[in-house]
Design a protein. Sequence first.
Length: 324
Amino acid sequence: MLLAFGITLVAFLLTQLVPANPAASALGLDATPAEIHAYDRHYGLNDPLPVQYWHYLDNVLHGDLGVSQVTHNPVLHDLGTYFPATAELALLSIIIAMVVGVGFGVLAALYRDRPLDYVLRVVSLSGVSIPVFWLGLVSLYVLFFQLSIFPGGGRLNVGALAPPDVTGLYTVDALIAGQWGTLWDALRHLILPACVLSSFNIGVLTRYTRSAVLEVIEQDYVRAARARGLPERIVIPRYVMRAALPTLVTVIGLMFANVLTGAVLVENIFSWPGLGEYGYQAAISLDLPAITGVSLFVAVVYITINFAVDVLYGVIDPRIRLTE
């Protein structure tokens, strides 16, 4: 609770430091001084900063994040509109990163200091080192413009109708409605940006998984399990991965929060109408209510996911519950 309060204070103070006139941005360049004065008085912009912050905090607690100066919609409504697209992209990105990154990490650990390990470590280093925006532009140029394997951008083809809105996730909504053509169209638009977004996380997760597995695989109980003749298909998931899971849960949780809130470049490159694109447009337009709303949303996501990771610790490792 104290952390959330501090975040609202920081977000409020940062918006006060932005060299912009909220009244002029909202009313336009043709606004008269009388109109600007009336706007400032209506929203209390002439009040002392502590009074302004008190009103701001009271509005936030009542679910009022203000009105966007660009869309002229309540910021909370805009966040609800743009968030499902980002959530869909983030979920597939994390799934890809988990499957590929954990798989690569386990293989690199099992074949330590062998050619496969060296290859996977190079792949991991490349994923961490290559800028996401560069990879996105190159993949878009090659796979869309040159080879026409994937569509160029957006969530559906131009002119295609979105499935009935249930969750806001086009793939899930199309599956619920039984619209298989729309499902395939949504997946084709989703795969390329999700793969680009997962590239960095694949590299990081490969390295963390390799280190965690190498640390566990030398333990006596793993050697004892192998000495009893248990096959690797039982030893690795039941003994090794279970012990390495707490470390991986922490990394994956932070990755998910980062992907969910930091997909600005990928969404901009692929014209993906998500929260990152909304935040980018708010930033270049100096839309202070929207900027503050996105900042608070990012903070809430990080707090929520960190709390969920702490809870999962106790589920995965009962020893943590006992020590508490």
